[in-house]
Design a protein around this ligand. Sequence first.
Ligand code: NAD
Length: 459
Amino acid sequence: MIDIKKLVQKQLNYFLSNVTCDINYRLENLKRLRRAIQNHEKDICEALHKDLNKSDSEAFMTEIAIVMEELNLTIKRLKAWARPKRVNTGLLHMGSSGNLLYEPYGVALIISPWNYPFQLTLVPLIGAIAAGNCAIVKPSELSPSVSGVLAKLIKQNFSEEYICVVEGGIEVSSALLAEKFDYIFFTGSVHVGRIVMKAAAKNLTPVTLELGGKSPCIVHKDASLKLAAKRIAWGKFLNAGQTCVAPDYLLVHKAVKQKLMDYLVAYINEKFNYDLGEEFTRIINKKHFERLLAYLNNGRIITGGIHDENRLFLAPTIIDKVTWEDPIMQEEIFGPILPVLEYEDLDEVLEKIRKRPKPLALYVFSENKDMQRKITNGVSFGGGCINDTVYHIVTPFLPFGGVGESGIGSYHGEASFHTFSHKKSILKQTNLFDIPFRYPAPSNLKKLRLFLKIRKMLS
Ligand code: NAD
């Protein structure tokens, strides 16, 4: 195994040389990364196919294009984002100016999962580079082909004292977490998120935790049902449901349930009628496959349920007659199974969601603005969509992250730059005059009170 202690020290020395802080150096390296991805596009698609049976179109749309868009935006806007910002100081600070300076943390550790192994590794890395950090990247051992391509791509283009990919499983991850980093960015399960936060706490290292959970999808009786069915099926069955923000379960108003089910089944039959998974993303491994098969005993299968263990294929499946108490409603599903629960009283449903851990995403389908507002304002969740699913994470202009058990912090676009930057507040004082009230003396107190009174009257 690579000498991790030595590597971290090497990166720290490089960071302290100040080279990575130079804005032109950052831009040059972001452009280098962009070129490297363009040159390795074929290898990346092949690796995604090998690890997850992702089709080329899905690989491009949900992995490569997202990274390229982040890179293009960051390269275009970085100078503006990194410029110090002036802020108001208030009357008591007359003569002085308030400034925010963005500085890199230092050496960042990025740990990523297997489900979108390319983009969930590189999008945080873009933020780390943009903010001027060095970075050690630990991709998932469960998607070894993509991890291998990432390691090769980074090694060929960056010195290891600046950016380095360290491959391996829990032992490697644990060895990395035993070291002191200046920032830790983790994407993965809630369970491992707790381990990461505990390790970070030892050194008071700031963290971003991008975790998972059960994201509800609510379809109200006034929704545009045909379109809703299409967008729900797309978001749920993309990557065989192995998407952190996939609609985990469906809550549909009783009055429109049958119609929605008919549309969903028709759409699935039309779009996913593949020959036992030829082009459908596979389940990552046997353990997860078996975990998912156990859910098929919950409720009543409306469509799907077909599976092939040799190819780790599980067809898009919808299960009706599910209750809040069923095992499938206790944990994140992370697979192509959509349980359906019906409701009549929306308040009751919102109450139930509020009592559970805060979801990473929530989706609401309704034509009524009051209804949309009631749901989006009435529940705490990371982010989501009105009349769509998953699409909010595809734009680099909306920060993406969870809340409560679904995560801490956010990234994408400018938010990534902020995540990997410390905001240093600087007050620049004038020497032309000196406000006397601040110094302790009885007469100054009277003057200060009078000053504040006048200020209040004026405002
Ligand atoms: P995971 O937590 O098992 O693994 C993530 C990473 O942590 C991997 O690199 C792994 O090697 C490492 N790891 C695993 N066990 C560890 C341990 N004991 N100590 C230290 N490191 C350890 O997650 P996963 O199975 O790869 O991914 C699925 C989960 O990730 C789901 O819960 C999903 O919702 C979540 N996820 C969240 C997002 C998001 O952006 N919020 C994105 C994708 C996936």
